[in-house]
Design a protein. Structure first.
Length: 394
């Protein structure tokens, strides 16, 4: 009898330890309150976990555009046509039936995929956005005053700044097709340009064995200690991708630009547009392959590749860092990845066909939102055109 009780006790303890190891903290994985912004049609949808709470059209937005970046500030939702439009649409969340206002940037506004709210390039009430004028081959980091809803100033940087993030109090932006990062400090207006420093040449140039290729960053993210960049190789002194090496690389570097690790991937252009760091791992989406790469950080040892059965685009870590939400940009789905098991825990169907951005919110925000509990969006019968600056020129 005593032996039986002993065995039962051991079994119960083992089961409890396994549960503590794998059970998510703070509730079920994917139980967050969040909104999804996307296209076809341009719209917003609100979810509590897998439950759809309501949605609304984003009236006056371009109905043919697939990739809508967005940012929530107080009662205002800012909507960007990443890479393809210079107009920033501003909606009061209590009335999506009309645009509250618009801001016109000097040229096309880049993507704003920042992985988690703390990395958004927001300093005080100023949001820093990247703008590129392809005709003039000039790029800018622009300060958008969210209280006044006005563009204050634009600082000239490189040719193609893209998707800035905030590292501490500094705004950092990669410059596509150029092997450098821009560091801008709003507190004193200082601007630094850093080229990553390698202790070894990462690739020999395939067209000239005596020259080495350079890495051009496309997307970046950070865990506060290291910056993780994704991009492809370019010919030295040019803006052209090296064709044979056009697959995306992932690089980890310290805040001074010293590279500590490099990981190759099989991701062809547009590369890895969604990056999120959570639970000591980097999650990177590969739309063409239909995969999410999972790396240890900062070593960039490949842990796993997760098959999504779709076209994964944005990656967004929830505030508790128990899950990474991935938008299936042409599949009308959001995939919830359990960061403990590194597998898809939930698949959430969205009312729009082209979901792009996930924003985590609280109950007070949802109560203010102009949404209808039952919406039936009528999608357009058009193919999506997906693009990002990582595509090599033809």
């Amino acid at each position: 009898m005593a032996q039986r009780l002993y065995l039962l006790t051991i079994f119960a303890l083992s089961a409890a330890l396994l549960y503590m190891q794998f059970a998510p903290s703070g509730g079920e994985v994917g139980d967050d309150l969040y909104i999804v912004v996307g296209g076809n049609p341009p719209s917003v949808a609100v979810f509590n976990g897998s439950k759809f709470l309501g949605g609304s059209y984003l009236y006056d937005a371009d109905p043919y555009f697939p990739m809508y970046d967005s940012f929530l500030y107080g009662d205002f939702l800012l909507v960007f046509q990443g890479e393809a439009g210079s107009i920033i649409y501003i909606y009061n969340i209590s009335d999506f039936k009309k645009v509250y206002g618009t801001v016109h940037a000097p040229s096309n506004v880049s993507h704003l995929l920042y992985g988690e709210l703390g990395l958004a390039p927001l300093v005080g009430s100023t949001l820093y956005i990247a703008v590129s004028n392809f005709a003039e081959k000039r790029g800018y980091v622009c300060a958008l005053d969210l209280d006044a809803l006005l563009l204050k100033e634009c600082i000239s940087v490189g040719m193609y700044p893209h998707a800035p993030i905030k590292v501490g109090d500094v705004v950092v932006a990669p410059t596509i097709r150029e092997p450098r990062l821009v560091f801008y400090s709003p507190s004193n207006g200082s601007l630094r340009v850093i080229s990553p420093r390698y202790d070894w040449p990462i690739f020999v140039n395939t067209h000239d064995v005596l020259r080495y290729t350079q890495l051009s960053f496309h997307m970046i993210t950070t865990d506060g200690r290291y910056i993780y960049g994704e991009g492809h190789l370019v010919e030295p002194g040019t803006r052209f991708a090296v064709g044979v090496h056009s697959h995306a690389l992932v690089v980890a570097m310290d805040l001074s630009g010293r590279v500590v690790s490099v990981a190759p991937t099989n991701a062809p252009p547009p590369g890895l547009p969604g990056l999120a760091v959570c639970n000591g791992k980097l999650y990177a989406t590969s739309p063409v392959e239909g995969l999410v790469y999972v790396f240890e950080v900062p070593s960039l040892k490949l842990v796993k590749t997760i098959k999504t059965g779709g076209v994964p685009w944005g990656a967004f870590a929830n505030p508790k860092c128990t899950a990474v939400y991935v938008t299936d940009i042409v599949g009308g789905r959001v995939l919830v990845i359990d960061v403990r098991r590194d597998e898809v825990a939930k698949v959430v169907k969205t009312p729009m066909l082209w979901p792009h951005t996930v924003i985590f919110v609280d109950k007070e925000v949802v109560e203010k939102m102009d949404i209808q509990p039952e919406v039936k969006f009528k999608p357009l019968e058009i193919p999506p055109y997906l693009y990002c600056g990582d595509a090599p020129p033809s």
